[in-house]
Design a protein around this ligand. Structure first.
Ligand code: ZN
Length: 577
């Protein structure tokens, strides 16, 4: 973090210059000979020689060509395991090869196979709970409850399991929080609140939703207790979306990574708020009082006295997909084992129901071909540097993100690269096709040193760095960067700005909202002749400069002290010592 001068290990090949001098040269209209012996250095900010010129190798034409290819009907919407999926992966591998990169997964190994399993759970039309005194409530599938099997088995049965309210279901030693208090919860059905504590700025990041507040954490937390089932109480404020989203999202086939030896609950369920009220009332409790009691670090699980049984069948089907990756080997013999990852998922939803125009192909042009094109463009820029930077760069296209962020999770835990050797992940998803902006948005701002590396680079483009508009929505946890964060790697979702040059205030937000409404996850997400790609070029250049900085400076970036992922990082780094 301090302003290191030339590190003894740094090689001439990776000669570093200050970001200020490079940016000054860029502002002056591009340069071919960056200053080599700068008077001043911005704290820790260094770039490889020639970075400013290399950034200019990123062009709108290249971006549009890759987006057009990857989102063409020939790719059939890139559903994991489909022919279109294989075609898209082959295209990416060919591009990485043409750029002269090395296969990331061994000789000829452009792909890391990712085994996934589709699980279709046939939950019963009603799910009932019995009170000890004989009363009973039943909830209708879809309207009042939903969920999925937690295990990859063809039949699941829960018999006379006891219902226990466990508050938020969180164990967070760094927050001094443990909702379980050592209670015996094996075989029980755990009823829990969504979200994480948000009423105290000193607890769980205040209003910011941390991973403790996500449903993925809740189900894993219940599984660690040996519970039979976890039931999350849905409310629109705590989820950030209405019940309808839960209802449709959990219906039908759910893809997951093939099961390993991790603990699992038999059932992962959701209960609508009204249903949760009736369930609490059945046991003589008031839901609001239970919620109130959970808002304290002194909370302990409350056995509600009700029991439930549930049996259902599930269909399983295995599919094979793969992450795709290429590496630019770093120039520093000691730091080349460390990686900066640039990522963008390659999958989408395949072919489905026709829309109003009869179109059935979910091309996913913005989601996520634009981001793949940015990743390829950044790779192209790196290969035009006079010499590679000190650390290696991995250009990674994770599989099956739309199905629950599966490919990147598999990659992060696979050990293909030790997490303690991954300097950072810069993830692209849903880029900007509407023009130049005065701002640049990253999801994950305020969490790691990546902010302070990026801010002056953005300033060099005349832009300001801003965070996500709604920290309660938990966007940081909703794309591939989270898989890296969860194994301790500092990560950001490199989004884009919303303050468009030449447009009135609010235009960016309105345009994006309209896109979400009309095209997001619909067959109409296609290349559009009205797109303006200069903003996309600007973002890709900025991400390139950030990656180049991370690859060149002496130290890998760190989490902000006390961040939810800091302990994981320190443990990963300690393993390498
Ligand atoms: Zn996506």
């Amino acid at each position: 973090m301090s302003g290191h001068l030339e590190h003894p290990r740094a090689r001439a090949a990776a000669r570093a210059v200050t970001v200020l001098s490079v940016l000054a040269a860029m502002i002056a209209g591009g340069c071919s000979r960056p200053e080599t012996a700068p008077e001043t250095r911005a704290a820790g900010l260094t770039l490889p020689a020639g970075a400013a010129v290399a950034a200019e190798a990123i062009t709108a034409d290249d971006l549009l060509r890759d987006v057009t290819e990857l989102s063409s009907d020939a790719m059939e919407g890139r559903l994991p395991g489909s022919a279109g999926d294989r075609r898209a992966r082959a295209y990416l591998a060919a591009q990485l090869g043409e750029l002269g990169l090395e296969p990331a997964f061994g000789e000829d190994g452009w792909e890391q196979p990712v085994p996934i399993v589709g699980v279709t759970s046939h939950l019963p039309e009603t799910w009932s709970f019995r009170a000890p005194g004989g009363g009973e409530v039943a909830f209708r599938l879809g309207d009042e409850y939903t969920g999925a099997s937690g295990v990859q088995q063809r039949s699941v049965s829960i018999d006379d399991a006891e219902l226990v309210f466990v508050g938020y279901g969180i164990q967070a030693p760094e927050e001094g929080w443990d909702d379980f208090k050592g209670a015996e919860l094996a075989g029980k059905v755990l009823l829990m609140l969504n979200d994480d504590p948000d009423w105290d700025p000193a607890l769980f990041g205040g209003e910011r939703k941390l991973s403790y507040g996500r449903w993925t954490y809740k189900y894993e937390s219940a599984a660690r207790q040996g519970a039979a089932a976890a039931v999350i109480i849905h409310t629109t404020p705590s989820a950030g979306y209405p019940w309808q989203v839960v209802r449709t999202g959990w219906a039908g086939e759910q893809f997951e990574l093939a099961a390993g030896d991790e603990p699992r609950t038999l059932l992962k369920a959701w209960l609508a708020e009204g249903a949760a009220r009736r369930l609490a009332a059945l046991t003589g409790h008031d839901l609001d009082r239970l919620v109130e009691s959970a808002r304290s670090p002194g909370f302990a699980p409350v056995a509600l006295g009700a029991t439930t049984s549930l049996r259902f069948a599930a269909d399983l089907h295995s599919a094979a997909t793969a992450n795709v990756g290429g590496i630019l080997r770093g120039a520093d013999p000691e730091l080349a084992d460390e990686l900066v990852v640039i990522s963008a998922h390659h999958d989408h939803f395949g072919v489905g129901e026709p829309d109003a125009t009869g179109d059935t192909i979910y091309n996913g042009a913005l989601d996520n071909c634009v981001a793949m094109a940015q990743t390829l463009a950044v790779a192209r820029a790196f290969t035009t540097l006079p010499a590679p930077p000190r650390r290696s760069i991995l250009f990674l296209f994770p599989a099956a993100e739309e199905q629950g962020i599966l490919g990147s999770a598999y990659f992060a835990r696979s050990g293909a690269f030790h997490s303690g050797r991954i300097a950072a992940d810069i993830n692209f998803e849903l880029g900007n096709v509407w023009g130049l902006t005065r701002d640049v948005t990253i999801f994950g701002k305020g969490k790691s040193e990546l902010d302070e590396l990026l801010a002056p680079l953005a300033e060099g483009q005349g832009r300001v760095l801003v965070g996500e508009p709604d920290v309660r929505a938990g966007w940081f946890y909703r794309s591939d960067q989270i898989s890296f964060a969860r194994v301790g790697v500092p990560a950001i979702w490199f989004k884009s700005g919303t303050d468009f040059i030449g447009r009135p205030a609010g235009w960016g937000e309105a345009t994006y909202a309209e896109w979400i409404e009309r095209k997001y996850h619909q067959p109409s997400d296609e290349v559009d002749p009205s797109w303006t790609l200069d903003g996309l070029v600007q973002d890709a250049r900025l991400a390139f400069l950030l990656a180049a900085t991370v690859a060149t400076r002496d130290a890998m970036p760190a989490w902000v002290p006390g961040d939810e992922f800091e302990d994981e990082r320190l443990a990963a780094l300690a393993e390498l010592r």
